[in-house]
Structures are given as structure tokens and as C-alpha cells.
Ligand binder design. Sequence first.
Ligand SMILES: *Cc1c(COP(=O)(O)O)cnc(C)c1O
Length: 216
Amino acid sequence: MSIKENLQSIQNDIPERVTLVAVSKTKPVEMLMEAYETGIRDFGENKIQEMSAKWESMPKNVRWHMIGHVQTNKVKDMAEFVHLVHGVDSKKLLLEIDKQAKKFGRKINCLLQIHIAKEETKFGLDDNELDEILNDGDVLNLQNVEIIGLMGMATFTENQAVVKSEFKHLKKLFEQHKIKNPKFTVLSMGMSGDYPLAINCGSNMIRVGSSIFGTR
Ligand SMILES: *Cc1c(COP(=O)(O)O)cnc(C)c1O
């Protein structure tokens, strides 16, 4: 199937309240443009250098999502244009994003990444660390970042019950913090293999790569 057909079938599948982020990492600009021409404006990348090169050559109304782990020293290379940073997992990173955003007179939207999977991945906050960051005086005072929600990745497994319980847990955390913070609006969960389940569990932003552009 073509990129266009893949996108059509996904979009027919998902409710309007759900934002589809087309994950285009490793794919050439020509393929991104095919998606762009069908109306896609949200693209996800996991390397700042690659995202920046694509930003240079793509139309300027694209919204660039940084979905990978962010190294503090690279923040400056995306501060001018990034739309949403999904993988924020430390106070240090938030402070750096704030500092770099200030240079461009911008406010950069961020999601805090939560470690919901059973497997040992390196990244993501646990529930206590999330509380700590959201109640941190320095973080609360940041003028150039806005924390607008949460992001998570479920365990890579065929076991739907496990994936479901992880998504439900993230949704619960999201709702708990949403009560205290009206800025909390985005729950980013679901990829090619699990987005229907993620949406059932309350996701309103999915990050889909291989189901659109093919395997990497
Ligand atoms: C690559 C990636 C995706 C997309 O994965 P697919 O299985 O290709 O849909 C989603 N989220 C993150 C964080 C990724 O790194």
C-alpha cells in the first residue's frame, strides 16, 4: 500500500480528537512530502540533527515533534522550531529547554515521559519523580516551557493485558494531574502496534511510523 492509502486507513480508524503524529525517522524528505500532501502536518523524529535538516527543507507550517531521548547539549539546535518535546525526563532538561526557548522568545511545549513498561528501558520518570518535578519550585517558575501532558511507551509484547494495564496506569496519572493543572491536555501513547488499544485507554495523541512509511 502507498503512504497515502496507509494514512487514509489509519485516519478512518481513529476518532477526530486524536492527533496523528507521523513518525518519519530515517525516512527521506520525499516520503514525508507524500504524507504532507495528504494533509499531515505533525511529524515525529527521534534525532535532533535529522529533524533539523528536515525542518530546513520542508514547508514551514509543519509541526515538529521530538519523540526521542533528548541530550541537553542538543536542545539549542531545535529550540527555534520544535513544536512539542515528548521525551522530557529530568528537571535539568526542562531548565535547558527553558533557557534555549528564551533566546528565541518562544514558549516550548513539553510532555513528561513516564516509565510505564515492565522492561528495563533507560528513560522515563516513575510516579514519585513525576510528582517531584511537577511540584518543584524552579520548574513551576519557568516562563519559556509549558508542560502540557504525559508520554509513555508500553512494553513490547504480544500480551494485550500487560499493554492495557500500562496504558490505563498512564491515563490515570494523566487524569490525576489534569485536575490540578488545566494546561494538561495531551496524552501521547500508542504506536503502530498498539495505537487502537491506546486510544481505547484514553490516548489523544498517537505516534505512528511503520504503519505509514513501512518498516525501517
Ligand atoms: C519510532 C517511535 C515510534 C513509532 O514506532 P512505530 O512502531 O514505527 O509506529 C513511536 N514512538 C517513539 C518514541 C518512537 O521512537
